[in-house]
Every structure is written in C-alpha cells, then in structure tokens.
Write a protein that binds this ligand. Structure first.
Ligand SMILES: NC(=O)c1ccc[n+]([C@@H]2O[C@H](COP(=O)([O-])OP(=O)(O)OC[C@H]3O[C@@H](n4cnc5c(N)ncnc54)[C@H](OP(=O)(O)O)[C@@H]3O)[C@@H](O)[C@H]2O)c1
Length: 249
C-alpha cells in the first residue's frame, strides 16, 4: 500500500505517517519545510528498522508543487492507495480587523489545497488497479461544526472541507475511492503550543471537554488511519468528530 500525508513534518500529520508505516504502508511525507519532513521520515525508518518513509517537499497551495508530488509518486511507486490531506494552519482575527491577505492565507492553505491535491493525486488513484480499497481522508476540525471566537476564516475553511469531502465522496465513489473527513477537537501540537502556554486557556478546554483534557496527536491519527483502512470499507462521505466530547458539553 502506498500512502501520502500532507503536512507530515509535525503534529497530527507526522503521527498519521508513523501509524501508516507501522501498519505496513510505504508513506510519502509531503510538507513545506524540508528539514521537518526529512527528520520525520528518518525517525520512521529508524523506528521500523526498514525504509518505509520518504519525504517530498511541496507547498500544497501551489499547483506546480502538487503536480511534482504526483509525478514523484508515479515514478517511485506507480500507484497511490491512501491520501491524507492534513496540511493546515490557523490564525486569530475578528472579521472587521482581518486583512484580505490573511483570509486568503487560511482559505488557500486549509481549503484550496484539499481541492488541488485531491484533484491531482485523485487522478493517480483512479488510474490504479481496481482490486484494492482506496481512500482519501481530509483533516477538518471541530471548528468546522461551530463558531469560535476570532477564527471566522479558520472555522469557515474547515466547514467547507467537511462539505467538500462529501462532494468528493460522491464524485469518486464510482472509482472505488472512499472520501471521509476527520474533525479533531483540541490536540497538543505545534499549532496549539502557544495557546496551551496560557493556563486559563488550557483550563477552559478542560472545562469545555467532556473528557476534561486536551487530545494527543496519536489519538487523532488513529481515527484518520481507521478511515483510510479497509476496516472502514463501507464508510464514505462521513465526518468523524474526535473532540473529547467538546460539542456535547
Ligand atoms: N491541533 C489541533 O488542536 C487541531 C484541531 C483541529 C484541526 N486540526 C487540523 O489538523 C491538521 C494538522 O495540524 P496540527 O495540529 O498537527 O499542526 P502542525 O503541527 O502545525 O501541522 C500542520 C502541518 O502542515 C504543514 N503545512 C502548513 N502549510 C502548508 C503548505 N502550504 N504546504 C505544505 N504543508 C503545509 C506544516 O508544515 P510547515 O510548518 O513546514 O509549514 C505543518 O507540518 C491541520 O489541518 C489543522 O487545522 C488541528
């Protein structure tokens, strides 16, 4: 099995790549910062004691980079079974204070990238042998299900990822490609590191989460790898909320 994870140099993406490799996949770690994806791939290969991971530098907001990634996969493996669109970023601003460029930065990184990568790598997945289960998992967010203070660009991009995934699921089903999204709640990663330094913020998360704690990247990754696996062979067009019970409190 061949898998690609975008934004695989840290956090949830890195843990997803680790678990896919442990489950027997050849994994391409795609990301913007070369040193991060190189190090993550090295760690995976050292941990497994065999070469299962390779890195490929790509900015997923740039079509030429995404096409190069597709070419690399085609030439190296000749096929693709699993795509995890995980790359994403966040920011904080009210609507009235937000510059257009900040709106575009978030929408391009979180939403346009999912369209670009799914379209380009999806073509590769469609051309493969029909015998194996193929899957795309898009990483959305709890914020795609509710409003959040000063993250209108982030929450709208993630709501769109959830619904884009449903459209993609419909369009790709005839090709045997399942598409689902996973919506993490609050997990401890470089993305949330700054916020979690604030004790009051961490306490608020504990108060607002039924399980009274922040999630670990590996707890999110396990749900992503489930959605990507043939254990989930009858699931497409679904969103899996992994939020420690935030939405129910
Ligand atoms: N942590 C949470 O609480 C949480 C909650 C809900 C949803 N999520 C979602 O989970 C996903 C992973 O986030 P994380 O928490 O694991 O944070 P993270 O460690 O910051 O991971 C995000 C990764 O995406 C990469 N990336 C960003 N822009 C990119 C681009 N244009 N091209 C290629 N790679 C790019 C980053 O690499 P560079 O640093 O090299 O740019 C980084 O490695 C994101 O989609 C995020 O929105 C996270």
């Amino acid at each position: 099995m061949v898998a690609v994870v975008t934004g695989a140099g840290s956090g949830i993406g890195k843990q997803t790549a680790v678990q896919l490799a442990e489950d027997g996949a050849k994994v391409v770690l795609a990301g913007r910062t070369k040193s991060k994806i190189d190090q993550a791939a090295d760690e995976i290969n050292e941990g497994l004691g065999q070469p299962a991971a390779v890195s490929f530098q790509a900015d997923v907001t740039k079509e030429e980079d995404v096409k190069s990634l597709a070419q690399f996969i085609q030439q190296t493996f000749g096929d693709l079974h699993v795509l995890v669109n995980n790359a994403g970023t966040s920011g904080k601003s009210s609507i009235m204070d937000m510059e257009d460029s900040e709106w575009d930065r978030i929408q391009n990184t979180n939403l346009k990238s999912v369209f670009l990568v799914s379209k380009t790598l999806g073509r590769l997945m469609m051309n493969g042998e029909e015998t194996t289960d193929r899957a795309i998992v898009n990483v959305a967010s709890l914020s795609g299900h509710k409003a959040g203070a000063k993250i209108p660009h982030y929450s709208s991009s993630k709501a769109a990822v959830i619904n884009f995934s449903r459209s993609l699921a419909l369009e790709f089903a005839p090709y045997g490609i399942r598409v689902n999204s996973v919506s993490p709640g609050f997990a401890e990663t470089p993305l949330t590191e700054e916020g979690l330094k604030n004790k009051r913020f961490e306490e608020a998360i504990q108060r607002n989460t039924a399980l009274s704690r922040v999630g670990k990247p590996e707890e999110i990754a396990r749900v992503i790898t489930f959605a990507a696996s043939k254990e989930a062979s009858y699931m497409t067009g679904s969103d899996l909320l992994v939020d420690g019970g935030w939405l129910i409190t």
